[in-house]
Design a protein around this ligand. Structure first.
Ligand SMILES: Nc1nc2c(c(=O)[nH]1)N[C@H]1C(S)=C(S)[C@@H](COP(=O)(O)O)O[C@H]1N2
Ligand SMILES: [Mo]
Length: 185
């Protein structure tokens, strides 16, 4: 199978793409909250987050503007391991991921539970740089990268799907690069 999705071009550098400015990271006040339709909502400090089971996954990254980057080594915590901790209620179907600075994205839990979906705090063996989403970003390899929110602070489990920042602005909600789902019309 062709590894590069349709109409993408390969890049070997790592472009930086986001709106707004890179948030300051203060380890003393930073927290990660998981709430909504869960039995056991949690708020974790950065050090507490680091105690969760660690996973390394190498994956490809596809931006909807047309660049792709292969073999990115991410290290962090699987979404599914976070879900195990909070125990989603039976009516939870989606999650809204919220970042510092107001960026949001959402996905069905069925897709977030894939083993390659991580909340990543390290990249290529080093702490994730702030411009690439440090201290913590979501990585969803099977979707266009606007689903990969940088500077994640909060996850809310929901019954209905909300629309994320780009998804409200005409980008596809399903965002599958192999089907070239770039726009919502
Ligand atoms: N918080 C936040 N996360 C974001 C974005 C953003 O604007 N704000 N842009 C998304 C888009 S469109 C892309 S392509 C990737 C880019 O990640 P990079 O800057 O690490 O290459 O971040 C995604 N995550
Ligand atoms: Mo993007």
């Amino acid at each position: 199978m062709q590894r590069l999705p349709p109409n993408q071009r390969l890049t070997s550098n790592f472009p930086v793409l986001h709106f707004g400015k890179v948030p300051e990271f203060d380890k003393g006040t930073w927290d990660f909250c998981v709430e909504g339709l869960v039995e056991n909502p949690v708020t974790l400090s950065y050090d507490e987050f680091l105690t969760l089971e660690r996973t390394i996954d190498v994956s490809d990254f596809h931006c909807v503007t047309g660049w792709s980057r292969f073999d990115n080594k991410w290290e962090g915590v699987r979404f599914s391991d976070v879900a195990k901790l909070v125990m989603p209620k039976s009516n939870a179907r989606f999650a809204t991921i919220e970042a510092d600075g107001g960026y949001t994205t959402t996905l069905p839990l069925a897709e977030l539970m894939e083993p390659d979906v991580l909340f990543a705090y390290a990249f290529e063996g080093k702490p994730l740089e702030p411009i690439h989403g440090g201290p913590l970003r979501l990585v969803v390899p099977k979707k266009y990268a606007y689903k990969c929110a940088k500077w994640v602070r909060r996850v809310v489990f929901t019954e209905k799907q909300e629309l994320g920042y780009w998804e409200q602005r005409g980008y596809s909600n399903s965002a599958d690069p192999w089907k070239e789902e770039r726009y919502s019309y």
